[in-house]
Write a protein that binds this ligand. Structure first.
Ligand SMILES: Cc1cc2nc3c(=O)[nH]c(=O)nc-3n(C[C@H](O)[C@H](O)[C@H](O)COP(=O)(O)OP(=O)(O)OC[C@H]3O[C@@H](n4cnc5c(N)ncnc54)[C@H](O)[C@@H]3O)c2cc1C
Length: 252
């Protein structure tokens, strides 16, 4: 029988474990901290209650007016006009615990453990050996154990290594053209085309999430101002370090 380990018992991992267990696959669900109250607003849309078959008791508060403030102090107000509608606020330790326990009731083995390393088998083809600290007996350091499986589902959340790699590969979303150019704009009266050619470009395809690379040429005709040439390289980085369509027209 196929053996699958799901690393991370948040909503993603728990739902994955639930689906696997329902399909009769031998599943282990690893969660390092079972009572984790995450730094999350806990807001869930109404459709999620139905789609994930959640009991109404999961919803802690029903909110119709909300102001969201981003770390950069941008504010968004939400006012729901329809009295039947609301945003469900839930406590993450309750929601996550419910989803994990549901997977366990369906047959997944819930392990209170921190996966520390993975041996990927010969030629990285598996079977895979997980090395983990098992906290089920309550000690602070856990008991070191291993488990051999055929497949691993990585659901270890926003701080996962995969997520960090993706943040770097898509870092262009965190920068704007105005920030990059700053005050490197200079008065200039000529109207000859300015061009920088053959800028190396590495990007990710929006559709396949796979890398592609090529060369970028940037050209413009000054209209009273010119920009420092090195800034054009940075503009190219902003643009390419976002998910891109291969044949997308370029505009910044
Ligand atoms: C400040 C903030 C506010 C947010 N507000 C909202 C909101 O209001 N509404 C909303 O829908 N979303 C919100 N989110 C987003 C939401 O928290 C995430 O989308 C959601 O938690 C992702 O679920 P996940 O299962 O992928 O990851 P996570 O919930 O992060 O779960 C990953 C799990 O993996 C475990 N883990 C990690 N490494 C290991 C390991 N090596 N071994 C074992 N276990 C491991 C972690 O303990 C964790 O429980 C917010 C996020 C933040 C940061």
């Amino acid at each position: 029988m196929l053996r699958v380990a799901v690393v991370g018992g948040g909503p993603s991992g728990s739902c994955a474990a639930e689906v696997l267990a329902k399909a009769g696959i031998e599943t282990w669900l690893f969660e390092r901290k079972l009572d984790n109250a995450k730094p999350c607003g806990g807001a869930i849309p109404l459709c999620m209650v139905e789609e994930f078959d959640l009991p109404e008791s999961i919803i802690d508060r029903k909110v119709r007016n909300m102001r969201m403030i981003s770390p950069s102090n941008r504010e968004v107000d939400i006012h729901l006009e329809n009295s039947n509608e609301y945003i469900g606020m839930c406590r993450r330790e309750v929601l996550d615990g419910f989803l994990r326990n549901r997977a366990a009731e369906l047959g997944a083995h819930l392990v209170n453990g921190l996966v520390q390393s993975i041996d990927t088998g010969s030629q990285r083809q598996g079977p895979y050996t997980l090395h983990y600290a098992d906290y089920s007996s309550g000690g602070p350091t856990g008991e070191l154990k291993t488990l051999e499986v055929d497949l691993i589902v990585g659901a270890d959340g926003a701080n996962s290594r995969v997520a960090k790699a993706m943040m770097w590969l898509t870092r262009g979303y965190n920068q704007t053209a105005a920030e990059v150019i700053g005050d490197a704009l200079f008065e200039e009266n000529h109207e000859n085309m300015v061009m920088v050619r053959d800028i190396e470009m590495y990007s990710m395809c929006e559709h396949h999430m796979l890398p592609f690379f090529g060369k970028v040429h940037i050209a413009y005709i000054p209209n009273g101002k010119i920009v420092g040439l090195s800034k054009l390289l940075w503009l190219s980085v902003i643009r390419s370090r976002r998910l891109r369509w291969l044949r997308e027209p370029v505009a910044i």
